[in-house]
Design a protein around this ligand. Sequence first.
Ligand code: DQA
Length: 143
Amino acid sequence: RNILIIHGPNLNLLGVREPNIYGNVTLQDINRNLYKAAEDAGVKLDVFQSNAEAELIQRVHESMSDGTDFIIINPAAYTHTSVALRDALAAVGLPFVEVHLSNVFSRESFRQKSYFSDLAVGVISGLGAQGYELALMYAVKTR
Ligand code: DQA
């Protein structure tokens, strides 16, 4: 299986950014663990982060023809704003899990609206970096 992980805007600042909410773990730490978990599970993993909506959309489009079977995405702030990124995932039609480090339902009300959740296979929110690993385990087992 080929699994694609997409990290949205500001997630490159993990570890530094609002550590009370997002923890001290950096994106590099998270990605390192994910690559190791993928290797152990015998699946191919590609990880992409961008702060730009257009680049995220472009990467989703590429997943249509690069052999990707499953997407794990944390759209970050675009969760609450981006019809365009939602439409890209709908167009591609690959199954995806939506991941949030924080529990978006325990925060500001504007974070409780997601443009992705109804299209997602499932949503993980509030389990920190472990959320990505759990989503990866799901992606490995599902078919
Ligand atoms: C986030 C939650 C979003 O509301 C926020 O804009 C982020 C990160 C999370 O992982 O908890 O940037 O997606």
